[in-house]
Ligand binder design. Structure first.
Ligand SMILES: [Zn+2]
Length: 222
């Protein structure tokens, strides 16, 4: 953690500010996240864009930054519909499952990556928080980690031989890189649900975590 912050300070001090120009510096410099992220900001469809239900009670906000990302799969059907509409339909399916079947206040994840490579916001407020980089919504995705980890779910079931699509993987890398940048999380701090409990989640994606961490690190230009 300290290493990352020191490295950024060195980069910033080495003249990155001059190269990036005014646009890169328009944000608050006191921000927890770096003013000059190397990771690309992905398109994320907000809860308003996919028409989410409002949470049953306000989502608790935690001020400060999470210390890790935890990757999941949603165990939905491994659809061949790669459309944005399917990503939105799946986001509704997850939210309905979590609110109606589980009795939770909202979708338990912060973000979901569809098999077509679309990203939807999970719990309302997660996207605004991520862009700000100084707070996050309390998740409902991993026992014991919900007040310190961002939960990123992948549409589909990957515990039974199937694999995520190439588009899904690429988008997962991009989203993880961006989230790590905004919250100053080291790329090494990306885990799978099964690291923290007895579950098959996220299936084969867990086997690929070393690759994910490496690709996220590369996407960040680190
Ligand atoms: Zn999970």
């Amino acid at each position: 953690m300290d290493y990352q912050r020191i490295r950024r300070r060195l980069l910033f001090g080495a003249g990155a500010a001059g190269l990036l120009g005014a646009a890169g510096l328009s944000g608050a410099v006191s921000h927890a996240a770096p003013a000059t992220p190397a990771a690309v900001e992905p398109d994320i469809d907000s809860t308003a864009e996919w028409g989410a239900r409002p949470p049953s009670i306000a989502n608790p906000v935690i001020w400060g930054v999470p210390d890790k990302l935890i990757v999941h799969h949603t165990v939905s059907a491994n659809t061949a519909d790669f459309s944005r509409g399917q990503a939105h339909a799946h986001a509704h399916w997850v939210q309905d499952l979590h609110m109606d079947d589980n009795g939770w206040r909202d979708s338990g994840y912060h973000f979901i990556v569809s098999r077509g490579g679309w990203i939807t916001e999970g719990a309302t407020g997660s996207l605004t928080a991520l862009v700000a980089g100084d707070h996050f919504v309390q998740g409902i995705h991993t026992a014991g980690q919900n007040s310190q980890a961002i939960g990123i779910a992948n549409e589909g079931a990957y515990h039974d031989g199937d694999e995520p699509t190439a588009a899904q993987w690429e988008t997962l890398v991009t989203l993880c890189a961006y989230a790590c940048e905004r919250y100053a999380i080291p790329s090494s701090e990306i885990y799978g649900h099964m690291d923290f409990g007895s579950t098959l989640c996220p299936g084969i994606i867990h086997d690929r975590l070393p690759r994910l961490r490496g690709e996220v690190e590369a996407a960040r230009g680190l």
